[in-house]
Design a protein around this ligand. Sequence first.
Ligand SMILES: NC(=O)c1ccc[n+]([C@@H]2O[C@H](COP(=O)([O-])OP(=O)(O)OC[C@H]3O[C@@H](n4cnc5c(N)ncnc54)[C@H](O)[C@@H]3O)[C@@H](O)[C@H]2O)c1
Length: 249
Amino acid sequence: MLILELDQSVALVTGGAKGLGFAIATYLAGKGSKVSVVDLDAEAIAALPPSMDGYVLDVTSRADAKTVVNEIIQRHGRIDILVNNAGVIFSEPFVNIMNPKGMMHDYERFRRSITANLDSVFIMTSSVVEKMVTLRTKGVVVSISSISACGNEGQTAYSAAKAGVNAMTRTWSKELGRMGIRCNAVAPGFIDTPSTRSALNESIIKHIQSNTPLRRLGHAEEVAQAVASVITNDFINGVVLDVNGGLTI
Ligand SMILES: NC(=O)c1ccc[n+]([C@@H]2O[C@H](COP(=O)([O-])OP(=O)(O)OC[C@H]3O[C@@H](n4cnc5c(N)ncnc54)[C@H](O)[C@@H]3O)[C@@H](O)[C@H]2O)c1
């Protein structure tokens, strides 16, 4: 039997004002979930449809995260679903002999990428799980990882952060499972979003498509569907679900 019915659920989607996060928030809201979206982008938060509550939040700020989670709990009584989607795709080669300013990957940019993509998941999950445990509610955490967690050329920091997300997911699935809190990740490959189009030029996109058995990029809705399936299946725990058309880097 499914314990978590989406139409009776309260969900929080981070980075949900645009891109994949917005597709996930839209999918969950369409299934009747009461969706709150947090995002850095105030303009995109103001433009959310009335079916979603929006909060401007930097998910790397522990204090602000706690404040917003408290506000959502005050409004809805609990949070059943946390989708850790906020993240920033970042590429920089480890060694670049053509760079006159410094040959090696910059350490400050490494730290920033780790903070944006890994610390953010720790901070938000900690804030929400604390409430699930103290309120004795069950729930699900789904974190958006990436195919880059396997180790993608030119993405030291981003790959490390996403591999860390996978490791935290498996660790939490073991620690929190006995409390009725499941933790899973969804690892998209290359999805046709504005962020992919701005990060990769047309010839790289063509190369990726020809190496993908399904010969195309994914759609944001396909990632949203995968998120919904790990939320609603009550025996899926500790899984990193690949959504990449069969491409493995
Ligand atoms: N697009 C892809 O092909 C792809 C593939 C694999 C994984 N991912 C992952 O999916 C997630 C979403 O990616 P996207 O392509 O939709 O990116 P995007 O840039 O379009 O959207 C990310 C959203 O997160 C928000 N955000 C970023 N940092 C934040 C912070 N500190 N606090 C609050 N909000 C913040 C942004 O404002 C934005 O609305 C990311 O975690 C990304 O790593 C994307």
